[in-house]
Ligand binder design. Structure first.
Ligand code: FUL
Ligand code: CA
Length: 507
């Protein structure tokens, strides 16, 4: 089941002025009334990610673990009145969860520490509705601790999901709930070491007393910035944007710079890093959020990159009758092409089962998916090419497998041609491009052409690139290809070009 977000996403942003080399650069900007289109486009082209956003973007693959009382009741949304006695995983092994994720290539995991039912996976002091009152480890267990420790041990990032909607708490719907929530956040952000991502869902239903809650996001962001300044806040948060679907398929044209319309809300939080947060409203689910026609009418612009969340199964929680509905390795590969390959981070849910283990059905498909990716991406056919570019500098940087070295045009040229010649013919059907987003996201249109011995023909073409763009096309055998940058918001940059061959096309 795909659960649609029942809310209008709102966007926030935060910037940092006091850390690292990005000092003089910005990740949001205002647009003045007198700004002409050319100035607005230039402003968009020069925004860059914050340090925490850049770290997160490079992860490419993050995993979700949906686990809780629902795992034992076979539900997707608990009611909040389920008996804690039901929570009793007999073989819970967080090291297995993290190992499975790591072996599949994930770099970070996010645990549902509390879902909408309100049941806490750690022995919180804020409520009795937690593992403390379950039979698991006689009430002495702490799932958050076990996953956090497994991540530390296996050198994986660790993030938390904490549902603002709480169907159990009697405080829900009153001002006191916001403080209760801050106390829960504080426990999670102070007792478990470094937290790399805090994931807020937007669901805002009724609580136990039939009331709805006004969430005090601003206060929550301040608490997170203060306690875990390196954590990104997603997706009801200022650092990471929900891509707008839960299918695993992101947008074809995906700009990380999007309009922001109420910069007047900026406020400086009182912490050592002088963080600002602001909460502009706006629908973030449209087709093209950051294209020219969208940004020229904006009041401001912000770096706000997309995260694509999807479950490996139909549901977010484990259900035995979905063991034969785990997404196939080919489907997972297709999702990879359309999420990571579309300038987004993929957040894939792998729900542990009732025993407290990742099920064999999921493990099998994850392994085969990793194998498929390796069989393609371990063999970059652009390696060893003779690479030239008339109006460009550093063409060698395109194939040195180092993200921070990059090619760009001489002067202010916004179009360019990069040619790769091979000694022997190569058969290719995948193009990979990476823009250097530490400079900005700029490319608006590109085309890959190949020489068939007589003439140049089109292999594939696309719009945005961003951190990573992957395109598949019908296989061609050639000894010459050229990449044409047809339009860019400023001088284009590219960190890497990859060419690959995949044996069978995914459906
Ligand atoms: C949704 C929730 O309602 C689902 O249960 C799940 O947690 C998903 C990631 O977000 O909005
Ligand atoms: Ca490079």
């Amino acid at each position: 089941m795909i659960i649609r977000k029942l809310f209008t996403l709102f966007l926030g942003a935060a910037f940092c002025t006091s850390i690292n080399a990005q000092k003089s650069k910005e990740y949001y900007t205002s647009i003045s009334q007198g700004d002409k289109e050319i100035q607005i486009i230039s402003k968009a082209a020069h925004l860059i990610p914050s340090t925490r956003q850049f770290r997160w973007q490079q992860l490419e693959l993050t995993a979700f673990f949906h686990f809780g009382i629902n795992t034992f009741t076979n539900r997707e949304w608990g009611l909040g009145n389920e008996d804690p006695a039901l929570f009793n995983p007999t073989k819970l092994d967080a090291n297995q969860w993290v190992r499975v994720a790591k072996e599949a290539g994930f770099k970070q995991v996010i645990l549902t520490t509390k879902h909408h039912d309100g049941f806490c996976l750690w022995p919180t002091n804020t409520t009795n509705y937690s593992v403390k009152n379950s039979p698991w480890k006689k009430g002495n267990g702490d799932v958050v601790r076990e996953v956090a420790d497994a991540c530390k041990k296996q050198n994986m990032g660790f993030g938390i999901y904490l549902s603002p909607w709480d169907r159990n708490s009697t405080l829900y719907g009153t001002d006191d709930y916001n403080n209760f929530f801050v106390n829960q956040l504080t426990e999670l952000l102070t007792n478990y070491g470094r937290i790399d991502e805090v994931w807020f869902d937007g669901a805002n239903g009724e609580g136990a007393n039939g009331k709805k809650q006004r969430y005090d996001f601003k206060h929550w962001y301040e608490v997170i910035r203060k306690l875990q300044p390196t954590a990104v806040i997603a997706v009801m948060g200022p650092d990471v944007r929900w891509v707008g679907t839960e299918t695993g398929y992101g947008r074809e044209t995906e700009w990380s710079v999007v309009p922001i319309n109420n910069l007047d809300q900026v406020s400086i939080a009182s912490n050592s890093q002088q963080e600002a947060t602001y909460n502009p409203q706006g629908d973030m689910t449209g087709n093209e959020l950051g294209s020219r026609d969208k940004i020229i009418n904006a009041k401001g612009l912000v770096w706000y990159p997309a995260e694509t969340d999807v479950s490996i199964r139909p549901g977010w929680f484990y259900h035995k009758d979905e063991n034969d509905k785990v997404k196939t390795p080919e489907k997972l590969l297709d999702i990879y092409f359309h999420s990571v390959g579309r300038n987004s981070v993929l957040l894939m849910n792998i729900p542990p089962d009732k025993e407290g283990l990742i099920n064999d059905a999921d493990i099998k498909n994850l392994r085969r998916w990793k194998k498929l990716r390796d069989s393609i991406f371990n063999n970059n056919l652009s390696k060893g090419a003779i690479i030239t570019s008339d109006n460009g500098i550093h063409p060698q940087a395109l194939i040195d497998q180092n993200y921070t070295t990059y090619w760009t045009t001489k002067g202010k040229d916004t179009t360019a041609v990069i040619q790769l010649n091979f000694k022997n013919k190569k058969t290719i059907n995948i193009l990979m491009l990476q823009e250097n987003i530490l400079v900005g996201q700029r490319i608006e249109k590109f085309r890959l052409e190949y020489f068939n011995g007589k003439e140049w023909l089109i292999a594939t073409e696309g719009t945005t690139v961003g951190y990573k763009r992957l395109l598949q096309f019908d296989a061609i055998a050639t000894n010459k290809v050229r990449l044409k940058i047809l339009s860019s918001r400023s001088n284009p940059t590219l960190s890497e070009i990859g060419l690959y061959y995949k044996q069978i096309r995914s459906q």
